[in-house]
Design a protein around this ligand. Structure first.
Ligand SMILES: Cc1cc2nc3c(=O)[nH]c(=O)nc-3n(C[C@H](O)[C@H](O)[C@H](O)COP(=O)(O)OP(=O)(O)OC[C@H]3O[C@@H](n4cnc5c(N)ncnc54)[C@H](O)[C@@H]3O)c2cc1C
Length: 496
């Protein structure tokens, strides 16, 4: 496609995506390529994106980030999972934790033993056999010294952008403040050659990373890549976000509370709570969403509610010509499972692995796009699962979700689990069997059968195994401090 060697990377946009990309490229490849980032303070960032999943820790290690420093700078708290309330039925509650559920064997998953144990009346709720879930339920947390909790963070998105910027600039990224007015392209090859700024400055480069958020200035406005709309499967298209004072100790999990037209998030940080209402504008008026959110929060707002409109779907090619889109410009699946920051980080990692030093080629580009597409489609299916497996009939929104057609890929997974409790993690897929299991059962998908290996152990032996597992987890949780207490000790006196 281009013989032109990549010596200079231009990152357009300085939100979480822009600074993640710029910092990682400069830190890993700074000796080989120059990295420039253009952003506009006048435009600002989307300002949401505060719940994460455990893969963020791997990315931080890769950037050499000190955990305490990061947590102090971003008001971060620890996150062990998400509590889903009112999803299958009003009044229901389950936690999708980051933990392993029970112990599996090579032949199959723990669920088969658990289902047999349940039939025999000797198994407790599934969550009794998951360490992270029990720690979350009891508000406990510890890390280091042999503690093995799998965790992520809640963080302040704006502070996180600033934090990543410090890392990027100290790794050699040159930041240019200014508004991009025009994207220049070569008339023959169609490749992007430069960003023309309102100031008159022209920022030329070899490879361009589009991190301009929903505006998608390079990948869509300039290159007209196209977008696959998924709103027929995921009909929410708006969020209202507002911050409140904390009303008690920070919970080590996110709350996702379903309502008649979508769901509401509650994300505890060290010194404030992030709240938001996600809804479908086809099923709920903005004014009703506003009243619902302000009526549901449990403290005085400390910011004005902010409306964010979005479109769910995927850019047809995340990498088109010499432009790679990362973050919101590459597509968006709503924040129910806090996957967007992960997708940015995995996208950056993949770009580093496939970096086009000798020039952009179709083979590199196609490989990148194939992996990005498969990954986002699997995330999409997992999110649809939460909406589709509902028994709610109380609103047109839930009627739509319950009765809508779903992707074949998801329909076959649901059938597989319904028939015989079989669940799997496909290659290149983010969510593990533990996640599918917790959400499918939490959404009341009750399997009609299970693998008969679940019956192999004699009843007494199975009871001992299940009881032992539960007791070990309970003892480990007992030994841990309260999340708030641990946080205070870990991050110092910043916490109120
Ligand atoms: C309602 C909602 C809730 C979310 N919650 C979560 C969550 O809990 N967890 C999670 O992982 N993700 C979440 N996300 C996604 C997350 O917010 C984004 O993935 C993340 O913030 C990255 O955004 P971005 O950097 O792509 O875009 P932005 O933050 O919008 O940044 C765009 C950048 O481009 C710059 N820019 C734009 N136009 C120009 C121009 N003309 N000239 C110069 N600069 C320009 C802007 O100044 C800015 O710096 C959520 C998203 C939404 C909408």
């Amino acid at each position: 496609m281009t013989e032109q060697q990549v010596r200079k990377v231009v990152v357009a946009g300085g939100g979480t995506a822009g600074w993640c990309a710029a910092a990682a490229i400069a830190r890993q490849l700074g000796a080989l390529v120059e990295v420039v980032l253009v952003e506009s303070d006048a435009i600002g960032t989307v300002g949401v994106g505060e719940a994460t999943i455990p893969t963020i820790r791997t990315f931080h290690q890769f950037l050499g980030i000190d955990e305490r420093e990061f947590m102090r700078a971003t008001q971060a708290t620890f996150k062990l999972g998400i509590a889903f309330e009112n999803w299958a039925r009003e009044g229901d509650r389950y936690i999708h934790s980051f933990g392993e559920v029970g112990r599996s064997t090579w032949m199959g998953g723990f669920q088969h033993f658990w289902l047999h144990g349940r039939e025999e009346g000797i198994a407790g709720p599934l969550g009794d056999y998951c360490f992270e879930l029990q720690a979350a339920e009891r508000g406990r947390f510890a890390t280091g010294d042999g503690a093995t909790l799998n965790y992520a963070y809640h963080l302040d998105a704006t502070a996180y952008g600033r934090f990543l910027r410090t890392i990027g600039e100290s790794s050699g990224v040159r930041r240019i403040e200014g508004r991009i007015r025009r994207v220049e392209r070569d008339s023959e090859s169609g490749l992007i050659t430069a960003l023309a700024l309102e100031s008159g400055e022209r920022v030329a480069g070899d490879l361009f990373i589009d991190c301009t958020g929903f505006r998608s200035l390079l990948i869509e406005d300039a290159l007209q890549t196209g977008f696959d709309d998924w709103s027929h499967w995921l009909p929410t298209d708006r969020a209202l976000a507002v911050q409140t004072q904390p009303t008690g100790p920070a919970l080590p999990y996110t709350r996702a509370i379903a309502h008649a037209g979508g769901w509401r998030w509650r994300i505890p940080l060290q010194e404030r709570i992030g709240n938001g209402l996600v809804y479908s504008s086809a099923h709920m008026e903005d004014s009703a969403a506003h009243d619902l959110l302000l009526g549901a929060i449990d403290a005085e707002p400390t910011s004005d509610p902010r409306l964010i409109a979005y479109r769910t779907g995927q850019r047809r090619k995340a990498w088109n010509a010499n432009c790679v889109a990362l973050g919101l410009s590459s597509g968006f699946v709503e924040p129910l499972e806090s996957t967007s920051i992960h997708l940015i980080m995995i996208g950056v990692t993949r770009l580093l692995q496939l970096f086009p030093f000798a020039g952009v080629t179709p083979a590199l580009r196609d490989r990148f796009n194939d992996l990005a597409r498969r990954e986002l489609e699997a995330v999409r299916d997992f999110i649809i699962l939460h909406y589709h497996l509902t028994e709610r009939t109380d609103s047109s929104f839930w009627e739509h979700c319950r009765t809508m057609d779903i992707p074949d890929t998801l329909a076959s997974r649901i059938e597989l689990f319904r028939e015989g409790a079989q669940a799997y993690q496909a290659s290149d897929e983010l969510f593990r069997v533990d996640s599918w299991l917790q959400v499918m059962l939490g959404q009341r998908l009750d399997p009609q059968g299970y693998h008969h290996m679940g019956q192999i152990m004699p009843r007494e032996r199975l009871r001992d195994v299940l009881d032992g597992l539960r007791a070990d987890i309970a003892a480990a949780v007992d030994a841990m401090p309260a999340h708030e207490e641990f946080l205070r000790g870990y991050c110092g006196d910043r916490i109120a």
